[in-house]
Design a protein around this ligand. Structure first.
Ligand SMILES: Cc1ncc(COP(=O)(O)O)c(C=O)c1O
Length: 390
């Protein structure tokens, strides 16, 4: 007898992970001395944790301290340090009691969605989007409602788009700087969206994981917006993807509910990673060197890639370029497969981020070594100039 399979079993893959597998296979099959595959598919800083974070973790290992579970909401010292970060970066006061340390931003999403919504509730978000938002919402029985955004609004939603939704959603999920477009909501735009949410009883969830990686526009956090939930992480600016530490800023009434869920789901984020994360706040000089490198790579690619036929929008933050490739192809998946095989450059097809319009887009991540980004630009211009595309 076939047993019932749960709705979560239908979650689609995160295609970028499949591209990583293909790029690994290609790299492994190259003959000795052949030009290496340039990795632009993955949104993971290659720099590793900053030195101060590594040193703190090493000291914790040597100290003989038992690295056991921490409180479900995280080490009190880390929660206090994260709260101070809001004063340092944004000039706003956030009580440490409102901080919940999580297993990366990824661990924050199910907690946030579950404390804020019920099955069947609709949550609006911009398309293109970071695929796990939709996949997690659906796995939890919530209904993602995507608002088609394009370069005209820098791939970000507007109040007019929200007004057009019928029925009105229970929640709005924002990301700025966003993945895959690398664009931002400017402070006045966040304020307008937050006001609309406040006026209509819509819960705002703001993914701020790429804060710190912004190059032109000023940054605004939703942490001061009443009733909003902010999600952030040590994975990107702090360059600590594999340590699996993130955090939420919660409205006071949701702290205890989130704590209860976190106790049951995860118990705690890894203790040693929390120690390292706290130390990372003192590594600004090293981290800002990474940001300067991303900025240089961004400038180089923005300048070079149009000659290869890629149409680029504004790239205000994160480390992504979302290139319109419709002058070259209408099948970005096949295009990326060829680009990997023929130019040795791995990038993510847009279909991962926008199931309807993504076949016209490719996402390039420029957080790899600067020399690789220069080489990628040369290879792509040469490849696009010599290859025939259908
Ligand atoms: C927009 C966005 N949110 C969340 C995450 C997940 O990050 P974490 O490593 O903190 O789980 C990512 C990872 O790429 C991302 O791009």
């Amino acid at each position: 007898m076939a047993l019932k399979v749960g709705r979560g079993a239908a979650a689609p893959p995160f295609i970028v992970m499949d591209v990583i597998t293909a790029a690994n296979a290609r790299a492994a099959s190259l003959p000795v001395g052949a030009p290496a595959v340039i990795r632009m598919e993955v949104g993971q800083p290659g720099t590793g944790a900053p030195q101060g974070a590594v040193a703190a973790a090493a000291a914790a290992l040597r100290s003989g301290v038992s690295l056991g579970y921490t409180e479900a909401l995280g080490l009190p010292s880390l929660r206090a340090r994260i709260a101070r970060h809001y004063a340092d970066w944004y000039g706003i006061a956030v009580a440490p009691a409102r901080i919940a340390v999580t297993l990366g931003a990824s661990g924050a999403f199910p907690l946030a969605f579950l404390v804020a919504f019920d099955p069947g509730d609709r949550v609006a978000l911009a398309a293109p989007f970071y695929p796990p938002y939709v996949n997690i919402l659906q796995a939890l029985g919530l209904v993602p409602v995507s608002m088609e955004c394009d370069a005209a609004t820098r791939f970000q939603p507007t109040v007019a788009m929200l007004e057009a939704l019928d029925p009105r959603p229970a929640g709005l999920s924002l990301a700025s700087p966003c993945n895959p477009a690398g664009t931002m909501l400017h402070p006045d735009e966040i304020a307008m969206l937050a006001r609309w949410c406040g006026a209509h009883g819509v819960r705002l969830i703001s993914d701020e994981i790429y804060h710190g990686l912004h190059y032109d526009a000023p940054l605004a956090t939703a942490a001061a917006v009443p009733d909003a939930i902010v999600v952030n992480s040590f994975s990107k600016y702090f360059s600590m993807t594999g340590w699996r530490v993130g955090w939420m800023v919660l409205p006071e009434d949701l702290v205890r509910p989130a704590e209860r869920l976190a106790q049951n789901f995860f118990i705690s984020a890894p203790h040693i990673a929390q120690v390292a994360a706290e130390a990372a706040f003192a590594c600004t000089e090293e981290l800002e060197r990474n940001v300067a490198r991303y900025r240089r790579s961004r400038d180089l690619l923005l300048h070079a890639l149009p000659a290869a036929g890629f149409t680029l929008g504004p790239a205000e933050g994160a480390f992504y370029l979302f290139a319109d490739v419709s002058r070259l192809t209408n099948d970005s998946e096949a295009f990326c497969t060829r680009m990997l095989a023929e130019a040795g450059v791995a990038a993510a097809p847009g279909v991962d981020f926008d199931r309807i319009r993504g076949s016209r887009f490719v996402r390039f991540s420029y957080c790899g070594p600067e020399a690789d980004m220069r080489e990628a630009a040369e290879r792509l211009v040469q490849w696009a100039g010599s290859a025939a595309f259908g």
